[in-house]
Design a protein. Sequence first.
Length: 443
Amino acid sequence: MKSTTRSILVLTVGVVIGVSLAVGHGVFAEKGKVENTDSVSLPLDELRTFTEVFAKIKKEYVEPVSDKMLIENAVRGMLSGLDPHSAFLDAEGYKELQVGTTGEFGGLGIEVGMEDGFVKVISPIDDTPAQRAGVKSGDLIIRLDETPVKGLTLNEAVKIMRGKPGSEIILTIVREGEDKPLKLTLARDVIRVKSVKSKILDEGYGYVRISNFQANTGDNVLKAVKDLRKEAKAGLKGLVLDLRNNPGGVLSAAVEVSDAFLTKGLIVYTEGRDKSSRLTFNATSSDALEGEPLVVLINGGSASASEIVAGALQDHKRAIIMGSRSFGKGSVQTILPMNNDAALKLTTARYYTPSGRSIQAEGIEPDIPLERVKVAATEAPPVERIKEADLTGHLENKKAKEKERTAGDKAKAEQSLASQDYPLYEALHMLKAMQIMQARRVN
């Protein structure tokens, strides 16, 4: 069984904490304090300004404000001004973050972040109210029921979106390509995320879908490939790994999934100012597919851990990457527990692909771009061309007739796949082409 040697902490928290990738390498005390804090010189003039503002608010604001609220808001502002992923987590927020490791939580089933004061959908999670209602990656949520999102923090928006299972909420959404905002009604539910799904696409060709990266995702992928091998009668000839709309999750899971298909070399490395944030992860010597062709599907909702996997497999030329450019989330967040059960989620490093590429704000460019298209069956031509089999008295070919029936059934299945999921249809054809070329090289 493949494993990594570092302790990793989840930062993708259920429905609402955005695409976050966390490495648990902070130095923690037994009671959650951060130890070994370097001495920092304090900017006295700026602190005097802060104290003056604090005093004026306490004295002259229209309503009484507690010291706790002012200080926590100041800390939140300090962190939110750094980048979209750093944040202050109060005791409740920290507890909710840790719940994400279980893969079960309440809500709508969307991974979100903040952009220009609005809640931006990173991706809907498979088999959740958000996906069923038609929420899409890139949507901007501008209103929650009658509450405008502008002016809310991400945590405040999250609290509104969460609620009792079965209760409804109306999301007002701005979507690229739509002339006016859309209103979608979603019923809250208990979200149970199954990280890995698999099936046989065609005889000998498998499909593995990873919806997000949880602590056990690496093991689940290995099991899925093993099960597909048993199911494939003539052996597994290739695999499509689907990372579309996968917002990320646990770094160790991304390393283990990459390692499942690589036999040597660097998978990912991180670099930051502190020595503890400089980490390197390498592959071990076994390939779950034993060298058979691999195609990876990505899109704009593929972020963080998904981009680590796609980047590693692309750099090692182990897989063909198909789809559209990924999200571009290439920074690492560390959870730093504090006193009073709160924590900081702080960006401490950037991660890089084996060739030294930073994904931050760039994303992974697919080897073969695929546009968003919808395929529909065309009407049959009014007059079909005459074939040898149409001629009176033609010689029979029993094997050809059976082959023709089989080909007809396969064509119908492929037509259905093309209309339902065109990128997957193209990925399957790419796999078959790779298998043909690989067989010819061997022979």
